[in-house]
Design a protein around this ligand. Structure first.
Ligand code: PGA
Ligand code: ZN
Length: 439
């Protein structure tokens, strides 16, 4: 037996940032190396992403994971014991072979992703390397510290649908280091809180730690975000830009979009026109899921019209699926993909999606879910795979801060030159406006 052969795979129930049960998997190798990973959980899920297996019924609101734990202990573990943890692709192929359903519904995406990531951690430990370096070596990428997208206001499914748009975020592409991004973000986050407090509109934070959005319209949130950037001493559109996740699949289907907060309904063209006005009026450099996953005509039209000036990310639209990325590229939909390992269900499928994105000339953003834990795997994935961007949620709550803090630690090792800065936004209006940017 090789020292990197798997000797044990054990699952336990732990709890996520929303207080829901989730799956943690420990993997132990012959030589004593160990891996551990925890499955995150989304609230605004794409219909084509890997399905989490939940127990249903009334206990724990149907959210318990007993069946997913059993998938690991009864089905996945016996198949993986004796396998070499260094062969991630083979491990993931074995896992895939155990579930013939389309969306991993039999084993549960929560069971597969925790196991797949845990094996990856064990292999890195066996190699005596931090995960980011193991990934960079294994998949031949130059490691880099990503440009973050950080939420200031939450919304949509993460804030009781108080506003329709899900994420009002900032990016700091003009920063020279990851530390600088953190500092600027902290100033803007608290400036936003102060503005809301002055208006008597503070009511806590949403699921990902951004301010709970007490606004009368979606655009009021945008206006407040611009003010917050200004109150923090910044000129919006210079060092700091805005990024939105519309998460349009949450309120749009069959070409009909219902903006509940504003009590109006738009068709696909109406959505495109409204977003176009926002792009003209605010310094928005990135926009995610501007149209619904079932509206490819709208997404292609939006990309045709705005793809040269803004990053257009497919999340629910592409669900970390290499085939969907290739298809979108062939039809001119989106120019970037969100990479969520649990949407794919395994590490290998996520990396295949990232590779497909690179081939298509798409940008990549490694992303957390709204239900998260202390697991910091995605910080390492974003660095080790050289993805360029990282989306984790806001700037409070430790399941979020753990990921940002991990990037700071990695940057200590890699050096500040490894920070990609604004490079991922080259090709957008922001990138084109920059001269003398760090090259
Ligand atoms: P989710 O949403 O994790 O709740 O699905 C996050 C996102 O849409 O980016
Ligand atoms: Zn999204």
């Amino acid at each position: 037996m090789a020292s990197s052969d798997i000797t044990s795979v054990r699952a336990r129930r732990v709890w996520d940032s929303r207080g829901n049960p989730t799956v943690e998997v420990d993997v132990v190798l012959e030589g004593g190396a160990r891996g551990r990973a925890i499955a995150p959980a989304g609230a605004s899920r794409g219909t084509r992403e890997a399905t989490d297996l939940r127990d249903g019924g009334t206990a724990l609101r149907g959210m318990d994971v007993g069946r997913a734990l059993a998938s690991v202990s009864d089905v996945i573990a016996p198949a993986l014991i004796g396998q070499d943890a260094r062969n991630q692709a083979e491990i993931d192929t074995i896992i895939l072979g155990l579930d013939s359903s389309a969306l991993k519904a039999t084993l549960g995406g929560n069971a597969t992703v925790a196991t797949s990531l845990s094996v990856l951690h064990a292999a890195a430990a066996a190699a005596g390397k931090p995960l980011w370096r193991h990934l960079a070596d294994q998949y031949r990428h130059t490691p880099s510290i990503p440009l973050p997208e950080i939420q200031i206001f939450g919304g949509g499914a993460h804030a009781g649908r108080r506003v329709d748009v899900q994420d009002f975020m900032i990016m700091v592409p003009g920063a020279g280091s990851f530390e600088e991004v953190m500092e600027v973000t902290s100033e803007i986050y608290f400036a936003a809180g102060a503005i809301m407090s002055k208006k008597g509109r503070i009511s806590g934070v949403a699921d990902e730690g951004g301010w709970w959005p007490v606004f009368d319209s979606n655009e009021e949130a945008l206006e407040t975000l611009v003010q917050a950037i200004e109150h923090a001493g910044e000129t919006p559109g210079e060092r700091v830009v805005i990024s939105l996740d519309i998460a349009a699949s949450e309120f749009g289907a069959d070409g009909v979009y219902r903006l509940a907060l504003e009590n109006r309904t738009l068709d696909s063209d109406g959505m495109i026109a409204m977003l176009g006005r926002w792009l003209d009026a605010y310094p928005i450099a990135s926009i995610e899921d501007p149209l619904a996953e079932g509206d490819p005509t709208g997404m292609r039209a939006f990309t045709r019209e705005f793809g040269e000036r803004v990053q257009i990310i497919g999340d629910d639209y592409l669900v970390t699926n290499a085939g969907l990325v290739r298809d979108a590229a062939a039809h001119g939909a989106c120019n970037a993909v969100l990479i969520k390992v649990n949407q794919a269900g395994t590490v290998t499928e996520s990396i295949e999606t990232l590779d497909a994105a690179r081939k298509a000339g798409y940008r990549s953003v490694v992303s957390a879910r709204s239900g998260e834990t202390e697991d910091v795997s995605i910080s390492h994935l974003s660095v080790g795979l050289g993805a360029g961007q990282l989306k984790v949620g806001s700037f409070t709550r430790s399941e979020r801060m753990a990921k940002w803090n991990e990037c700071l630690r990695i940057q200590d090792e890699l050096g500040a030159d490894a920070f990609v800065g604004g490079k991922p936004l080259a090709g957008t209006w922001w990138g084109k406006a920059q001269t003398g940017m760090k090259s």
